[in-house]
Write a protein that binds this ligand. Structure first.
Ligand SMILES: *Cc1c(COP(=O)(O)O)cnc(C)c1O
Length: 375
């Protein structure tokens, strides 16, 4: 039986040629491909600048490093991959999970206000499945308080809301280029922003907090070899090998978006007659790059349907168990019942295969199987 994969990269000969160019060149890292990739990402997201890093997780860690989080609180969505919260915990923050909108799975801006305290330093939203978060509503919820808005847009490179690219509205926006994401660099991620001061702090964290510019050095008696560390940081650099793949992929993002959105539309049309299935819904005024196709079914059928589809050779996933139900958060005292909408969403959710390599017969087979199951 042919297995239908759930998510898959789409690497072309041009991608391979550009990566090969790096391998034949003088720089494998810290070279011009990283610079070009950063410039093109900023260009594409219509932001002032971008920094390329080694993963989406590294991008989140860099974003959180721009302010002091020790003893502070971060409000975020539980409907995400654990890294959205765990990187903030590693920076010393306590996490306040905010429930999601039942329809979209995105953080509910109306519930943020009641979670804000004098310790709140950040609100991190997650553009679940590629459907953009209404950042303006989040900014309204935090009002004029000194609270940073970070958008985990790992699913949403290329999505738009009210004519704005994802990346334009939040203080810092992060992306992931893991192979299943909208474009890939193998492993990789980025932080984009219109705030160059914040971004330069994130850039410093990406490279050990190293200072090389003569004008900024504290110790002037050393020779030309001298460099200084002014803040603690890590090595989260992306290599030029990865950057070349990302750069080449970014050139094709409009094509990827249209293929995936056509599949999204096919699923929507073909599955809408099935009463037991709730289809994904979008933020009003949005133009998503759909990263996932999350359906919801009655709780008592979810596991049966999951096993049935996997038996039929259709690889499906569940996105996501609410983050606070991971044992690492349970050990900190978080309990079931905290975010009822997120828990209900999780208990009913299955993500269908969605990637550019799915062909018409794959899609017909998948939707026929769903129709058979619910007959
Ligand atoms: C993929 C993903 C991440 C982590 O990205 P990596 O590149 O795998 O480190 C973080 N948040 C969300 C929502 C993701 O989907």
């Amino acid at each position: 039986m042919e297995l239908i994969s759930y998510g898959r990269h789409d690497v072309s000969e041009e991608d391979i040629n550009l990566v090969t160019e790096v391998l034949r060149s003088g720089n494998l890292t810290m070279g011009s491909f990283v610079d070009q990739f950063e410039r093109q990402l900023a260009n594409f997201t219509r932001t002032a600048a971008a920094i390329a890093v080694s993963s989406g997780t590294a991008a989140l860690h860099c974003a959180y490093s721009t302010i002091n989080l020790r003893g502070k609180e971060v409000i975020t969505s539980p409907m995400t991959f654990v890294a959205t919260a765990s990187t903030a915990v590693l920076q010393g923050a306590n996490i306040k999970f905010c429930d999601v909108e039942a329809a979209t799975g995105n953080i509910n801006p109306d519930e943020i206000g009641s979670l804000i305290t004098s310790k709140t330093a950040v609100v991190t939203s997650v553009a679940y499945a590629g459907n953009p978060v209404d950042i303006k509503r989040i900014k309204t919820a935090v009002k004029d308080k000194d609270i940073l808005v970070i958008d985990d847009a790992s699913h949403a490179l290329g999505s738009k809301l009210s004519g704005k690219m994802v990346g334009e509205e939040a203080d810092l926006t992060i992306f992931s280029f893991f192979p299943t994401k909208n474009i890939t660099s193998g492993e990789g991620g980025a932080v984009v922003s219109n705030n160059l001061e914040l971004l330069s702090k994130a850039r410093s964290f990406k490279m050990h907090g190293l200072v090389r510019e003569k004008s900024k050095l504290r110790n002037l008696s050393e020779g030309d070899w001298h460099q200084e560390v002014h803040n603690f940081g890590l090595n989260y650099r992306l290599s030029d090998i990865h950057a070349a793949l990302g750069l080449s992929q970014l050139m094709k993002i409009d094509e990827f978006k249209s293929i995936r959105n056509n599949i999204f539309n096919f699923y929507t049309k073909t599955l809408s007659p099935i009463a037991e299935i709730s289809l994904p819904s979008r933020t009003p005024g949005s133009d998503p790059f759909w990263h996932l196709f999350p359906i919801r079914v009655p709780k008592d059928t979810r596991k049966k349907l999951f096993d049935y589809l996997r038996d039929k050779g259709i690889i499906v996933q569940v996105n996501y168990i609410p983050v606070y139900l991971h044992p690492v958060f349970e050990d900190l005292g978080y309990k079931k019942g905290l975010c009822p909408n997120a828990e209900d969403f999780y208990e009913r959710e299955i993500s269908l295969p969605l990637h550019t390599k799915l062909n018409k017969s794959n899609l017909e087979y998948i939707t026929e199987c769903l129709h058979k199951f619910f007959k």
